[in-house]
Design a protein around this ligand. Structure first.
Ligand SMILES: Cc1cc2nc3c(=O)[nH]c(=O)nc-3n(C[C@H](O)[C@H](O)[C@H](O)COP(=O)(O)OP(=O)(O)OC[C@H]3O[C@@H](n4cnc5c(N)ncnc54)[C@H](O)[C@@H]3O)c2cc1C
Ligand SMILES: NC(=O)c1ccc[n+]([C@@H]2O[C@H](COP(=O)([O-])OP(=O)(O)OC[C@H]3O[C@@H](n4cnc5c(N)ncnc54)[C@H](O)[C@@H]3O)[C@@H](O)[C@H]2O)c1
Length: 449
């Protein structure tokens, strides 16, 4: 029986372990901290609990004369803990039922075929390995001397312990984490300032879509500072002082640091394994294989973009490849990128700018959110859907959206994209009515049968 050893028990590692067991391998999963990974305990799950609370409150707004007061932070913290525990326990049960051996230890290479397992009790053991999958995730980046203290200087991990609502939050970083937490705090009525180093916020999104999100935040009273790289942030005792590189200072009660993440290879001793790493993360080919053919890397440790759906797709492909099974290359998978702000941002495949940059002749089809009855029913009519289509053969190349439930709309389109759908296929689509599927219909009406 083939042996597969997986290092890291986050979404990437757990998916790889379950897939390996399903395919008949003997599986060992090694996790240094808590099963479920940072996604469950520190980043994804806590943020999604906070955002789900905001979404539920916003959903009620159109029917209420007075907006509901924001929830008690203690209740939210308890919900974060409960969700993380439930998710971790579900994974533990699934692994145990699949026959995966879980070892709670830090794994470190001694040579390409030997791991040293370091237990919290202080003792260590050696493990000979046949095939290895690295799934050790990523760690947040902080500026030199700018470390969150969990009191006034916050980061995603500190949110699980936040005890008082900030009086004025300064968000540092215009990426995905910044967008989601700016949306959350501003929805909760916290005066919020949003600072980023680049000229635009959410730089990975389509410019038009990112601009729409920024306009929505501005309309909610968020104070924007683009082109404002931060040099320092200090806890002054009674608040925070954020100093920009140009010398300007901003004052608030709390600062939240979200300036990116980096692959976590710190404890693996990859030199001893002969595995190549760059600043982006462990170098992998289209099947997740590293410079050592028996060692694979998946999830955040294999570099950005950092999302669970991509990590899980990588996990399934790497396991199949490691077991010698037919495997499509990773480039054939088109993961959705989603930002769970209000309004949501989502995209899949090529953006309009990327398609033009590649020299493709394209057609851009659009629909506005208010073209769907469903948008009116739920009281959120702002937003836009864009479809990018190859003008020569009608193939869908990509889609992007900004709006309430935009992620669900793009999820449906990602399946169409993955299946190679053309405008003719989309024009024949008959989604349930009234749903936001109507937006796709509105975009393609007049283009098919
Ligand atoms: C605030 C925030 C919100 C996010 N929200 C979303 C979202 O909504 N949707 C989405 O798709 N993505 C989201 N992400 C990204 C997502 O969290 C990551 O892509 C995901 O955690 C990657 O999973 P992973 O398994 O690669 O790593 P991790 O979740 O980081 O897990 C890696 C595990 O490896 C363990 N480990 C490390 N080194 C060793 C070692 N030497 N030996 C043994 N174990 C080791 C660690 O303890 C950890 O448990 C979010 C990220 C942030 C910061
Ligand atoms: N919904 C999701 O899938 C989701 C949610 C949150 C986070 N994530 C992932 O987690 C990772 C980390 O998120 P993130 O938002 O921290 O990283 P990010 O890379 O998305 O954004 C970091 C931002 O900080 C800015 N920045 C960097 N240095 C700065 C400085 N000195 N001053 C001001 N701004 C500065 C950058 O220009 C960038 O806009 C990302 O890869 C993201 O994809 C995913």
């Amino acid at each position: 029986m083939a042996q597969i050893v997986i290092i890291g028990g986050g979404p990437a590692g757990v998916t790889a372990a379950l897939e390996s067991a399903r395919l008949g391998a003997e599986v060992i999963l090694i996790e240094a901290a808590h099963l479920g990974g940072r996604a469950t305990w520190h980043s994804l799950v806590p943020s999604k609990v906070f955002l789900s609370a905001a979404e539920a409150l916003t959903a009620a707004h159109p029917w209420l004369e007075n907006p509901p007061s924001r929830p008690d932070l203690g209740t939210l913290r308890a919900r974060v803990r409960a969700q993380a525990e439930t998710q971790s326990q579900r994974q533990r049960r699934a692994l145990s039922q699949a026959g995966v051996r879980l070892i709670e230890a830090v794994a470190r290479f001694e040579d390409p075929r030997t791991l040293r397992l370091e237990f919290s009790t202080g003792h260590s053991e050696h493990l000979n390995v046949d095939r290895v999958i690295l799934a050790t995730g990523s760690e947040p980046i902080f500026l030199p001397g700018l470390k969150p203290d969990g009191q006034r200087l916050l980061a995603p991990r500190a949110m699980a312990n936040l005890s008082d609502w900030p009086e004025h939050l300064i968000m540092i970083g215009g990426g995905v984490t910044g967008s989601e937490y700016v949306s959350f705090f501003s929805q909760m009525g916290v005066p919020t300032t949003w600072v980023t180093d680049l000229p635009t916020f959410l730089p990975r999104a389509e410019p038009e879509i990112a601009a729409g999100l920024v306009a929505a935040m501005e309309a909610r009273g968020v104070n924007l500072y683009p082109n404002a790289p931060v040099a320092r942030a200090e806890n002054t005792g009674s608040g925070v002082r954020v100093t920009l590189q140009d010398g300007r200072t901003l004052e608030g009660s709390h600062a939240f640091i979200a300036i990116g993440r980096r692959a976590d290879t710190d404890r693996l001793n990859l030199d001893a394994a002969g595995v190549n790493v760059t600043r982006q993360g462990v170098v992998v080919d289209n099947y997740g294989r590293t410079s050592q053919p028996h060692i694979y890397a998946i999830g955040d440790v294999a570099g950005p973009p950092f999302t669970v759906n991509r990590a899980q797709a990588q996990a399934r492909l790497a396991v199949r490849h490691a077991l010698g099974l037919p495997t499509p290359p990773l480039e054939t998978i088109v993961p959705v990128e989603a930002v769970y702000s209000d309004p949501q941002v989502a995209q899949v495949g090529l953006s309009e700018a990327e398609a033009r940059h590649l020299g493709r002749t394209i057609q851009v089809l659009r629909a506005d959110w208010d073209q769907a009855l469903k948008a009116h029913l739920i009281g959120h009519t702002q937003g836009v859907l864009k479809l990018v289509v190859d003008a020569e053969n009608g193939r869908l190349l990509g889609a992007a959206a900004l709006g309430n439930h935009a992620v669900e709309v793009i999820n449906a389109l990602s399946l169409a994209l993955q299946a190679g759908a053309t405008l003719a296929h989309l024009a024949q689509w008959a989604p349930a009515y009234p749903t936001l599927g109507d937006l796709v219909r509105a975009a393609v009406d007049g283009y098919g049968v």
